[in-house]
Ligand binder design. Structure first.
Ligand code: NAD
Ligand code: ZN
Length: 348
């Protein structure tokens, strides 16, 4: 039996480990990829710290829900649907494929996934931080042609998730309006580029770290502001005392949520995307009048095609830090301590 290297979470609350595990073989309907790149998301840190235990993920589990690879084998019944040697991205939020949500491409909100234990790679079963990975259905493969897999792999989450959030808030972002973006990490620095390209709004970026604010300026933010109590007055000044039409929170800790409540405009949209454990208080007087509060999860299959198209046109350029698979544990430690600028990507 041949083996491969994989970054696996072995027990919750511990750093993952580089382990030698069997190369998986595709069963009926499955596709085997030789992994070319795997992006590291801050959600993996949440998985390591608690989710694996809370959600009962079977361990050991290979991490990595941002995956790119080359099709090298396929199981029964699916060979005619894939092209050997094709470079692809993997759409991550897998669904049943049959319910009304899945029918529209909203597999991220599949009605049956939880009940039938259909989980994304790296978030419930083995993911892409390995030399090879299995994909359960051919429909999850999105061709990338000649895009560099290291640059393209964050499209599957760091671009897909903000793009999806932007879809429902886009109409509010006209030439007079402002978008506030909290957390200029993997998702946030991509969000700024998407907002600047797809809307005429001005972008106000907030982060606790000067190095991340520098990245915000670099990728097109009109203003970059330290995320602390003084930010309320600064942002209110910038927005003529009214707040931002749309707030995107890619942190989701109590501090950013408390600020977000104060920075969203009357009839504005407040997108809480980060899963930092903070909770918003919603009710009369607690949020601006007629404000919409969203807690979106990932994006649709169609959205992934859209962000790939934008990347092909050079509209989104994801800043990456490139690591070998055997540097994966150290890369996660850097991500945990806030040192990563852009997206850390493993290259098996
Ligand atoms: P990241 O580590 O790359 O970036 C996080 C950024 O937030 C860093 O720049 C950090 O300096 C900054 N930050 C920390 N505290 C802050 C504060 N109080 N105010 C402003 N900025 C602050 O993380 P990422 O991979 O981009 O993920 C961002 C968040 O989104 C995480 O919570 C992640 O779990 C979550 N996420 C959610 C979804 C979803 O579908 N809802 C999908 C992917 C990621
Ligand atoms: Zn993620």
């Amino acid at each position: 039996m041949s083996t491969m290297k994989a970054i696996q979470l072995v027990s919750p609350g511990q750093w993952p480990q580089l382990r030698e595990v069997p190369v998986p073989r595709p069963g009926p309907g499955q596709v085997l990829l030789k992994v070319t790149a795997a992006g590291l998301c801050h959600s993996d840190i949440a998985v390591m710290e608690s989710y694996a235990e809370e959600l009962g993920y079977p361990l050991p589990m290979t991490l990595g829900h941002e995956c790119a690879g080359i099709v090298i084998d396929a199981g029964e019944g699916v060979k005619h649907l894939v092209t050997m040697g094709e470079p692809v991205l993997v759409y991550g939020p897998w669904g049943c494929g049959r319910c009304r949500q899945c029918a529209e491409g909203y597999e991220n909100y599949c009605y049956n996934a939880a009940e039938r234990n259909i989980t994304p790679p790296g978030l419930g079963h083995d993911g892409g931080a390995a030399e090879y990975m299995l994909v359960d259905r051919a429909r999850y493969l999105v061709p990338i042609q000649d895009l560099d897999p290291v640059k393209a792999v964050p499209l599957t989450d760091a671009a897909l998730t903000p793009y999806h959030a932007l879809q429902h808030s886009r109409s509010k972002l006209d030439a007079n309006s402002y978008a506030v973006v909290f957390g200029i990490g993997g998702l946030g620095h991509t969000a700024i580029q998407l907002i600047k390209h797809l809307t005429p709004a001005q972008v106000i970026a907030l982060d606790v770290s000067e190095r991340h604010l520098e990245l915000a300026r670099q990728v097109g933010a009109d203003y970059a502001v330290k995320s602390d109590d003084a930010a309320v007055e600064l942002v209110q000044d910038l927005t003529h005392g009214l707040g931002a039409e749309v707030v995107f929170d890619f942190v989701g800790v109590q501090a950013s949520i408390d600020l977000g409540a104060k920075l969203t405009k009357v009839r504005g949209d407040w997108n809480i995307v980060g899963i930092g454990g903070g909770k918003a208080t919603v009710g009369f007087g607690a949020v601006p009048y007629e404000c919409n509060v969203f807690a979106p999860y990932w994006g649709t299959r169609g959205d992934l095609y859209d962000v790939v198209a934008l990347a092909r046109r050079g509209v989104i350029e994801i800043h990456t830090e490139d690591y070998r698979l055997d540097q994966g544990v150290d890369a996660y430690k850097r991500l945990h301590s806030g040192e990563v600028i852009g997206r850390a990507v493993l290259r098996p």
